[in-house]
Write a protein that binds this ligand. Sequence first.
Ligand SMILES: [Zn+2]
Length: 364
Amino acid sequence: MDSITLAEIVWVLTAFVFGAAWGSFINVVAGRLPLEKSVLWPNSHCLSCLNSLYFIDNLPIFGWLYRRGRCRFCGAKFSSRYLWVEVLSGVIFAVLFYLEIMLNWQKVPMLSETSHQRFIQEMPWEGIFFFIQHAILASFLLAATISDFDHHSIPLSLTTTGTVIGLASAVLFPWPWPSNPVVANGLPPNLPWAFNVPPGGIPSGLYVWPVWGPLPSWLPAGSPQLGLVTGLVGAMTGMLMVRSVKFLFEKGLGKESIGFGDADLMMMAGAFTGWQIVAVGFFVGSILSLPLGVIFKFYRKQEYLPFGPGLALGVMVTLLGWPWMRLVLQQTLFDDFQILLMVVLLGGGMFFASMFLRLMGRGK
Ligand SMILES: [Zn+2]
């Protein structure tokens, strides 16, 4: 381990400042989109006296602290949520930047650790784009989370915009970008595929291995059509998983339990990550939303299962945990029989669980 240099600190701080500034924009988006207001006009103003904020009061984090969370004109209190979102967004950007660019967390061959020093000095654009793609996904998930906390719904305008950006990134940066498409030559060309995957797993790019088995000839590595298929399949996987669970639960429970916004949220995430990460993220997120619901019950005295925020967190946890998860999961994910078995067991389990809940509810 070499020591942290001043240059590294400056880079990470810069990422934090960008993240905090982006966080102010997320505040505007999450505050206005659910009410179907424009995010571009008018500029930031006090919701009580409608005066426009001074430039200095509008600075991220600093502005809120400088005015102590009050309006300069009428003294109305601004929610501390504005501050926390800016801090959180800054921290997310700084952490992502440090992990993905400085440490090459995803172990992308092209961004290998031998180039560590090169990054500090030259900062190749591939590394920056890699980080920005994940930072954009994280900020869309953050905006959706805030909206779900506030309105218990996720605006369609947010998730469709995110899906379009995700699909564009899939087309522009297909697997194995930023590595050379030549890495695909080292992979088994024939089926059965799952058991021939090399011990270190399949090399990750910005998108993980996109298809089931060997790449077909009409989807060569690094081609835009491969990227488009990756993004579309990811988006459909995310949407269909949530919709089928919604369907199973509502058949069992006999009442609405999950919103369509959650399905759109996962559609968007899938366009950014491809099908494996969104599929695993769905399970991680479903588990994470339970403790989140308990926290809500105790702190806000609300009966509310924050499924959308849980899914958003699950996607990010899976994305950052993927360097380890892929080693365990990749063989399972590419084995038809194991996948089928999992779908049947989980689907059946959820249906019976919701039937059981329904019967319990009747007994009261
Ligand atoms: Zn005011």
